[in-house]
Design a binder for this molecule. Structure first.
Ligand SMILES: Cc1cc2nc3c(=O)[nH]c(=O)nc-3n(C[C@H](O)[C@H](O)[C@H](O)COP(=O)(O)OP(=O)(O)OC[C@H]3O[C@@H](n4cnc5c(N)ncnc54)[C@H](O)[C@@H]3O)c2cc1C
Length: 410
């Protein structure tokens, strides 16, 4: 067994100057102030309105984003590539839900696919369904799918036709969702078919459970279409949900094509819990962290047993789960550079994992969010919140930065 260590901060932070590290320490410490977090989005808007955008751009944006445009991300792509880390360009603008924005976002995703084509520094592209289709339409379609136990896109189309004759449903609402669905799924298909024709692997991010049913149906359909000779489209499985390990097992058992799977724990826990309480249904989220961890690691093991047909991305900042991936690859005598197993972390986080893994030859992709400063504020707010507790992620990031600063002093 290799003696891989994620504690080697010299490797993890070799690309950061002492000044960079001190700035990062200050930033992570500032996330402790709940007032700053609570009013962060509003403060950001005020700062931008006052013409002081550079204040955000030089601090939190610099830590977690690659730039405002694809071109501005070039420096990040280049520096990550020097450490054999791939870039996964993630257009992270969240905001207005209208046709103009959906079209602009899908065109931007296609630009990332064009850039990734034939470019080994960009191993994957990624997108979110809510960037190209209204949230409420995904909620509506998910309900139709669950209500009718629908298992494929053709059945869904038939069900929508059936709903037209059912007078329980407001015809205007139905018309709007049907049109949104048609436009959004056409954009989805164009993104997937472009990725397929350009031989670029594509992640479909996972979102809230009550829209995920529709996302899964689209992603499953795309995998059946485009993953005939290898995994091009990857769906994302959130293991903080108590039903997902079984879903993954069924996917593996019931499909004949190649499966692409990105494994994550899940990012919408509080929202899911609050919604399930306010609408009085059983929460889809595990009761505790231990159960999430158990299912996550079981999902890694399950996929590793089926690598003849399954390609995975272990998308986590958890040391133990990353180490499990490494140990299972070693057990199967796989080369670290095997294309079927990728590890992935977000830019600005868990460099101790990314850089130490890539240093010994494992395939690692960093999500590199980008977009206009005002558009990525919701993304930055989530990162700040995730890093706000003294335990968990913030404790980890800060402790590692301090460890490296102390090492450099000595
Ligand atoms: C490359 C990459 C891609 C990602 N893509 C997506 C995506 O498409 N969709 C998405 O939703 N998220 C995505 N995420 C975010 C991810 O789901 C997690 O929120 C984040 O990575 C933290 O989990 P962890 O495994 O890194 O670390 P850990 O710190 O070990 O785990 C934290 C996570 O555990 C779970 N958890 C914490 N407390 C409890 C509890 N009391 N009960 C049950 N579960 C608990 C939550 O999911 C929490 O986020 C992605 C993350 C990465 C690194």
């Amino acid at each position: 067994m290799s003696d891989i260590s994620f504690n080697n901060t010299a490797i993890a932070f070799a690309h950061k100057s002492k000044r960079d590290l001190s700035k990062a320490r200050l930033l992570f410490k500032s996330f402790r102030y709940s007032g700053l977090l609570k009013h962060g989005p509003l403060l950001a808007k005020i700062v931008i309105a006052l013409g002081l955008k550079s204040l955000i751009k030089q601090t939190i944006f610099k830590q977690f984003c690659g730039g405002e445009t694809i071109e501005e991300c070039n420096a990040t792509i280049h520096f990550l590539a020097q450490s054999r880390l791939g870039t996964i360009l993630d257009y992270s603008v969240e905001g207005e839900e209208d046709e103009t924005n959906f079209i602009a976002t899908s065109e931007e995703i296609i630009r990332t696919i064009d850039l990734a084509s034939g470019n080994s520094n960009i191993p994957f592209c990624v997108f979110k369904l809510t960037g190209i289709m209204p949230f409420e339409t995904l909620v509506f379609m998910s309900r139709v799918i669950v209500g009718g136990s629908i298992t494929n896109i053709d059945l869904l189309q038939k069900s929508i036709l059936y709903l037209e004759t059912n007078d329980d449903c407001d015809p205007q609402v139905l018309d709007t969702h049907r049109e949104n669905w048609a436009l959004g799924s056409a954009r989805f298909n164009l993104i997937c078919s472009t990725a397929h024709s350009k031989d670029v692997r594509l992640f479909v991010d996972a979102e809230e459970s009550y829209i995920q049913t529709a996302i899964d149906l689209l992603a499953e359909n795309a995998m059946a279409q485009y993953n005939q000779s290898k995994a091009i489209v990857y769906n994302t499985v959130q293991l903080y949900r108590h039903d997902r390990l079984e879903y993954l097992r069924q996917q593996i058992l019931s499909t004949r094509h190649f499966l692409g799977v990105k494994l994550v724990r899940g990012a919408y826990m509080e929202k899911e819990r609050e919604r399930s309480i306010s609408m009085a249904y059983e929460s889809p989220i595990h009761k505790n962290k231990e159960a999430t961890d158990r299912d996550y690691n079981a999902a890694v093991s399950l996929c590793m047993e089926h690598l003849n047909r399954v390609s995975i991305c272990i998308g986590t900042h958890n040391d133990e789960s990353n180490l499990l991936g490494v140990r299972l690859m070693e057990k199967k005598n796989m080369l670290p550079g095997d294309e079927r197993v990728y590890f992935s972390q977000l830019l600005g986080m868990s460099d101790h994992i990314s850089f130490n893994l890539s240093n010994i030859g494992y395939r690692v992709g960093k999500y590199v969010p980008y977009g206009p400063v005002s558009g990525v504020i919701p993304y930055l707010t989530r990162r700040a919140l995730e890093n706000s507790g003294m335990s968990g992620q913030m404790g980890r990031e800060l402790q590692l930065i301090e460890q490296e600063l102390t090492r450099r002093k000595g």
